[in-house]
Design a protein around this ligand. Structure first.
Ligand code: NCD
Ligand code: ZN
Length: 344
């Protein structure tokens, strides 16, 4: 049987949720990844060192010990967050990075930042201490077309921010456009991007294939085919600026299949298999290890993982729905067959 062995990969952007969803989400991620950057968009958001420490404890408690999983925590930036609190969390090893959500850009972002100018002191401090800033890069103005919100953000917000803070270490999260690929490629070595498994496979047509497809809806929303092609090229290029971040974001099936369905795609159960399938389609399987296991830790200045994972070339069916107690979530690739399988 054909196999593919990789250094253990990490997920540089994931939503593990809290409460009853946490154990399910966290164990799917921990089965696949050694470490993950955990998003702080809980209700209420994770804005203090104490809240992040408690959340990290809940994650550690929820994950099976044999997974050997390390959650890396983030601080949720608000208009009035205190730079001293952020620096203290970073120095104590609680906060790995800060997350910038423009207010109301996405799920649980109402407490996010209304104007990046209000964060100057925080960005200044982060630049000084070398703390990464993870950005949901979309403008929120209702007059800007939803398919243009990422490209407009680069021009109106991120470009000027990087002029003011040229050494700030920035990860542009879950990029969806050719514009972002070009922006990040041309920026300095302090600017990188994560790419999800789903944005490498879906384009905006997939949301409307024969009817409305709520399980293909996430934010930033999938764009035209040409953008997906640019993302596939970037991910498989071997360029160290682009690395793996699933943005796996579980929502209850009933909340996706609704008159106002939630944004988010739950890819954690099949993430590395999905990336492998995409890289193989691009004739770039040899580039997967760098993208999944090396470029992320290099950017974050963390050691590479020890140990390996093995994928087997075996077709396996992805379930239509993943159920646990009264939780039901439709995973990415639901009802499809994937031809790589992670060996436990
Ligand atoms: C995420 C969520 O559900 O928390 N949703 C999504 O579509 N990606 C939030 C986010 O990362 O934008
Ligand atoms: Zn996310």
């Amino acid at each position: 049987m054909e196999t593919l062995t990789l250094r253990r990969p990490d997920d540089w952007h994931v939503h593990l949720r809290d409460g009853e969803m946490l154990a399910l989400a966290a164990n799917f991620t921990a089965r696949q990844f050694a470490r993950a950057i955990v998003m702080p968009n809980l209700v209420p958001p994770v804005t203090t060192v104490a809240a992040a420490t408690h959340y990290r404890d809940r994650i550690r408690h929820a994950v099976r010990p044999d997974h050997g999983f390390t959650p890396l925590m983030t601080a949720y930036l608000t208009d009035d967050i205190d730079a001293d609190e952020i620096e203290r969390g970073f120095r104590e090893g609680v906060f790995t990075a800060c997350k910038l959500y423009p207010a109301n850009a996405t799920t649980n972002s109402a407490a996010g930042v209304t104007d990046v100018k209000k964060l100057s002191a925080v960005f200044e401090r982060m630049q000084t201490i070398g703390m990464p800033l993870l950005i949901h890069g979309e403008v929120v103005s209702p007059e800007i077309d939803i398919f243009d919100r990422e490209a407009v953000f680069l021009e109106t917000t991120l470009g000027p921010m990087l002029k003011d803070f040229p050494a700030l270490r920035v990860v542009l999260e879950h990029i969806t456009t050719e514009d972002s690929v070009v922006f990040v490629s041309e920026a300095g070595p302090n600017v990188a991007a994560t790419i999800t498994a789903h944005h490498l496979r879906i384009d905006r047509n997939d949301m409307f294939a024969g009817g409305m497809r709520p399980h293909a809806y996430c934010l930033p929303v999938a764009k035209r085919r040409k953008h997906r092609e640019a993302l596939r090229k970037a991910a498989t290029s071997g360029n160290h600026k682009f690395f793996l971040g699933t943005d796996s974001a579980p929502h209850h099936k009933s909340e996706k299949e609704s008159a106002c369905g939630c944004a988010g795609i739950f890819s954690a159960p099949v993430a590395i298999e999905s990336y492998a399938q995409t890289f193989e389609e691009e004739g770039a399987l040899a580039k997967l290890e760098g993208f999944a296991s090396e470029f992320g830790p290099q950017f974050y200045r963390l050691p590479l993982n020890d140990g390996t994972v093995t994928l087997e070339r075996t077709a396996h069916a992805v379930p239509d729905v993943i159920e646990d107690g009264h939780i039901a979530i439709v995973p990415f690739h639901a009802g499809e067959s994937i031809h790589w399988r992670l060996v436990d």
